[in-house]
Design a protein around this ligand. Sequence first.
Ligand code: CA
Length: 233
Amino acid sequence: MNKPLILVVEDDAPVRNLMTTTLKTNDYRYLVAANGEAAILEASSHNPDIVLLDLGLPDMDGVQVIEKIRSWSNMPIIVISARSEDSDKIEALDAGADDYLTKPFSVEELLARLRVTQRRLAYMTTEITSQSAIFENGKLRVDYAGGCAYLDGQELHLTPIEYKLLCLLSKNVGKVLTHTYITQHIWGRSWDNNMASLRVFMATLRKKLEAQPDSPQYIQTHIGVGYRMMKVE
Ligand code: CA
């Protein structure tokens, strides 16, 4: 198997060097770009497996880079932001980013995010291309055609909203979905009321799905941002 090709988009040379050194020593290939224009060019000419994208670039906002790349490709994009404001991450995720890392980050965090994304990629290529009507993840099984879900072979008794939530999360396994994205898909619009409802439905779904709702295995919470279903081995 080819080593995965990672496009590193970062204008800060020390951070870029840390990332490329980490990639090199962990068996990845990489390309670098120091601004948004170069990033778009590298992404279109080399079709990398994953893009690591700094949001604060000298020539354009990283969100514009995401929008450009998303006009032709679904390649996974992990955004890296020095800004701690959640709104930047949320904007990037809503523009089509898959995941995010906040600076400063450790080498271990970077490698962990890459592994999550690679698992998602592997899943997308093997499962989604076969147009599977059944989703399987650990002990969870969702029968999209039948409209039901099972945990360890036992049918889960879900309300229609819980089931819709489970389908939305499972169809985007490995990807962080923002509160706005989820509420728009479940209720067709995003209101403050729906944000509160989402928390309630997520809690009841977890009670049915997770062996230990306090340390969830399937659905991860991203405080102030959203939720993600993890790929469980
Ligand atoms: Ca920067």
